[in-house]
Design a protein around this ligand. Structure first.
Ligand code: NAD
Length: 260
C-alpha cells in the first residue's frame, strides 16, 4: 500500500507511534523512527523492522522540544530516503495537576512536544511535498483535542491546537495533493497511560482496576481500551492514496467517548 513511500513517525520508540511505524514498514514504506528509550532496544527494533519487512528503517534521537532538532531530523530523513512523503506527528507527553499547581516547565514542555514540534516538522517537509504534489500529514491528537478533562490544561490546550494546526495546513495545501488529518484516540494502554493509572490510584487511594473502570474509561462507552493496531490501520488508510479526498478532518477512535 505504501511501496516507494517514506515516512517519519515521531515518538515511535514506543506505544502508538511504534505500532504505526510497524504498520507502515509492513506495507512497504521506508520509515524513520524517533523517540527516547534504551539505545540497544531501539536498535533491535530498527534492525528487526528492516529485516522483517525489507524496507529501510532509520532512527533519529531528535528531541521534539527543540525546533532545530526537528528540522535536522527532517533533513536526515530526506537525505536517507531521498524524500519525505508521510509524517506522523505522534510524540507526546502528559502531566496531570490542577491548573494553579501546574509547573510552568510542564506547560512549556507539553506545548513544545505535543504541538509546536508538529508545526516545525510540517514546515520543514511542506516544500518537498508541494514540489512533488503528494504528501500525507497525520497528527495524533486525542479525545482531549475535542473535549476537555480537568487537571490536564496544557495537554487539552495542545491537542485542541494540533487539530487547528492540521485544519489550517489542510486548507493551504489541498490543491497540492497533500492531505492533513488528525486522529483522536480515546484511552490506549501504553506506557503513557500506565503511568497515569499508577498516579491516579495513589492520588485517589483506589485500586488500579478501579482507576481504569471509574476514571479512565468512565466516558468511553465501549469500556475497553482502544487498541494500537486499530489506530495503525486508520493511520495506514490516511497515509495511502485511498484517502486523497479526506482532508482537514479530526477522526475520533474513542469507543464513543466524545459523543456523550
Ligand atoms: P508513549 O509514552 O508510549 O509514547 C510516546 C513517545 O513519544 C515515545 O516514543 C517517547 O519516547 C516519545 N517522546 C516523548 N517525548 C519526546 C521528545 N521530547 N522528543 C521525541 N520523542 C519524545 O505514549 P503513547 O500513548 O503511545 O502516545 C503517543 C501519542 O498518542 C501522544 O501524542 C499521546 O498524547 C497520544 N494519545 C495517547 C493516548 C493513550 O491513551 N495512550 C490517547 C490519546 C492520545
Amino acid at each position: 500500500m505504501l511501496e516507494g513511500k517514506s515516512a517519519i513517525v515521531t515518538g515511535s520508540s514506543s506505544g502508538i507511534g511504534l505500532g504505526i511505524a510497524r504498520a507502515f514498514a509492513a506495507h512497504g514504506a521506508d520509515v524513520l523512527l524517533n523517540g527516547f528509550g534504551d539505545a540497544e532496544q531501539i536498535e533491535a527494533t530498527r534492525a528487526g523492522l528492516e529485516g522483517e519487512y525489507g524496507v529501510r528503517v532509520r532512527y533519529s534521537p531528535a528531541d521534539m522540544s527543540q525546533p532545530c532538532q526537528v528540522r535536522e531530523m527532517a533533513e536526515f530523513a530526506a537525505s536517507e530516503f531521498g524524500k519525505v512523503d508521510v509524517i506522523v506527528n505522534n510524540a507526546g507527553i502528559q502531566h496531570v495537576a490542577p491548573t494553579e499547581e501546574m509547573p510552568d516547565d510542564k506547560w512549556d514542555a507539553i506545548v513544545a512536544i505535543n504541538l509546536s514540534s508538529a508545526f516545525h516538522l510540517i514546515k520543514a517537509v511542506l516544500p518537498g511535498m508541494k514540489a512533488r504534489r503528494w504528501g500525507r500529514i497525520i497528527n495524533i491528537a486525542s479525545a482531549h483535542g475535542l473535549v476537555a478533562s480537568p487537571f490536564k490544561a496544557p495537554y487539552v490546550a495542545a491537542k485542541h491546537g494540533l487539530i487547528g494546526l492540521s485544519k489550517a495546513v489542510a486548507l493551504e495545501t489541498a490543491e497540492f495533493g497533500i492531505t492533513s488529518n488528525t486522529i483522536c484516540p480515546g484511552y490506549v494502554k501504553t506506557p503513557l497511560v500506565e503511568q497515569q493509572i499508577a498516579d491516579q490510584a495513589r492520588a485517589h487511594r483506589i485500586s488500579p482496576a478501579d482507576v481504569v473502570r471509574d476514571v479512565l474509561l468512565v466516558h468511553q462507552a465501549r469500556k475497553e481500551f482502544v487498541r494500537i493496531d486499530e489506530l495503525a490501520v486508520l493511520a495506514l488508510f490516511l497515509a495511502s492514496d485511498n484517502s486523497a479526498s479526506m482532508t482537514a478532518t479530526a477522526l475520533a477512535m474513542d469507543g464513543g467517548w466524545t459523543q456523550h
